[in-house]
Design a protein around this ligand. Structure first.
Ligand code: NAP
Length: 312
């Protein structure tokens, strides 16, 4: 069986499978559809979501990404349970990331609930989903206080690697004042149309690994949202590299991200594209090709998620 063999090593020595299969975005929508179709108030587990996650695991993906906000922790739990029984692999062969947000008013209680939904006794990675805690109903805690509670569940062994998501430099600076463990990971939107170079420099300086979500945005963005000349130039660059390597535009984009040292969080419900996702570990872009993509997108600043928020 092919496995997702590319890894990224965090500052604490943890080895993270570089390709993560996301269970938000399209799977969030699939889960909400299943809930609407279900009769009664009992818990709903979307078989479609479970099966898609299992397909990813059987295809060789070893890192799954979920969140309290996605409402897919039950599905991830069922998929892991069934996959381990079918494959004979162990829990330790998988790397599971989840995120907390509104539940940050009670970090330990929310994590306990998440672990029970996931049918796990620890998480590999736990992230504070956004720094925009003013959106959490009835929250009275500061960012630093929430982070201290995340550090506490880490100390107790319930979560191994701790980090944040959607943090800009000012948000990270708030944590730097009091954190015992500075975040190991910052999961951010990252693709050629949103390169955030200052944040990348800062992360490098402070030993924060960046994980990139929405890596395929240049292929999914509607043309009226970005400068047509920039998008055309980028697609032209992707096509030339796709021709040379015999890969698809999407694979070139994913590979560009991997070669920046990122963990890449993507997803698909399409079998061919799933195989292509695993396959991005098997080829390389030249340094010139990486720079050509950098240059094609560098003047753009298109944010697909959290675009009404302030990041700097
Ligand atoms: N931390 C955060 O705030 C945050 C925010 C957003 C997302 N995330 C995480 O990141 C994961 C991935 O996000 P994303 O879905 O935006 O990632 P993405 O990798 O940019 O996009 C994946 C989507 O692109 C489609 N796609 C795949 N190949 C394509 C191609 N060649 N051409 C056109 N479309 C293609 C897929 O559809 P098919 O199924 O048809 O292949 C899929 O719906 C989420 O599930 C979630 O786990 C985190």
């Amino acid at each position: 069986m092919a496995t997702s063999s590319a890894n990224v090593t965090l500052r604490n020595g943890s080895v993270v499978p570089a390709i993560a299969f996301g269970s938000g975005t399209k799977w969030y929508a699939t889960k909400q559809d299943a809930k609407e179709a279900a009769e009664g108030d009992g818990p709903v587990v979307s078989r479609e979501v479970v099966d898609s996650i299992k397909r990813a695991l059987h295809a060789g993906i070893r890192h799954l990404d979920t969140a309290e906000m996605y409402d897919t922790e039950d599905e991830i739990g069922a998929a892991i349970h069934e996959f381990l029984a079918e494959s004979g692999l162990e829990r330790s062969d998988l790397y599971i990331t989840s995120k907390i947000f509104t539940g940050a008013t009670d970090v330990r209680g929310t994590l306990t609930h998440a672990l029970s939904r996931l049918q796990l006794d620890y998480l590999d990675q736990y992230l504070l989903h956004t720094p925009f805690i003013e959106d959490i109903p009835d929250n009275t805690k500061t960012l630093g206080e929430i982070w201290a509670e995340i550090e506490a569940v880490h100390r107790d062994g319930l979560v191994r690697d701790i980090g944040v998501s959607n943090f800009g430099i000012p948000h990270l600076e708030v944590l730097r004042e009091d954190a015992t463990i500075f975040p190991l990971v910052n999961q951010i939107e990252f693709h050629p149309l949103l390169q955030q170079r200052e944040l990348a420099e800062y992360a490098k300086e402070h030993g924060v690994t960046l994980a990139s979500y929405a890596p395929l945005t240049p292929l999914t963005v509607s043309a009226d949202k970005v400068d047509a000349a920039v998008l055309d130039a980028l697609k032209e660059a992707l096509d030339a590299i796709a021709d040379r390597t015999g890969k698809t535009r999407a694979q070139v984009l994913l590979r560009w991200n991997l070669q920046k040292g990122r963990v890449v969080v993507s997803t698909t419900g399409n079998a061919k594209r799933l195989a292509a996702l695993v396959d991005v570990q098997e080829f390389e872009l030249t340094e010139d090709e990486v720079q050509t993509i950098d240059a094609a997108g560098e003047t753009a600043s298109f944010r697909k998620f959290w675009d009404d928020k302030k990041f700097d």
